[in-house]
Ligand binder design. Sequence first.
Ligand SMILES: [Zn+2]
Length: 211
Amino acid sequence: MKCIILIAAPAAGKGTISKYIEDKYNYKHISTGDLLRNEIKKNTEIGKKIKSIISSGSLVGDDVIKEVFEKEFKKSKSNIILDGIPRTLAQAKMLDELDKEYDNIEIDKVIHIDIDKEIAIDRIENRLICENCGSVFSKKVIKDSKCTKCGDNLVSREDDNKETFLDRYNTFLKETKPLLKYYGDKVITIYNNSTLEDIYKNVDELLEGDE
Ligand SMILES: [Zn+2]
């Protein structure tokens, strides 16, 4: 199976872009964040463990990520797009180990989504999210705090502030960005400083022939 890895700075639009690739090019989106939340929700053994790690304020370690990811990965039949993994060099090596073990992953492309720091901060500070359908809007465009898709309330997320962003951004620079060097000429960088249409066009050029 073909595998696209997404490496994106915080607020660079990873969610939107992976949804686009999933829908248009028929890739299965695997997000480690979603996988962890699902295990917690289903209250599985590993879910209970994850919950206690998170509530103690610690970060979920690579061993837990591996367990949850491998379970999902084994079920996958179609091409996959990875979101949130690998986040560190150790996880990239883990992925290589799984590749050796199962011998069916072809890391086809590594898409690096980059964004100017100031633009990202501006987006974060103006971001509104629909409580019902999860659609994302900007305070700059929305006048009455209602979702234009479903009419429900729009709210700012608690962690959408400059301090949290800078924390995540610095972690990204330190832990995740070195992966670009690791993947070398597989990496294609797309800048998300302009409109969504432009980004989609870039993605289309990249994935042409994969439909
Ligand atoms: Zn909505």
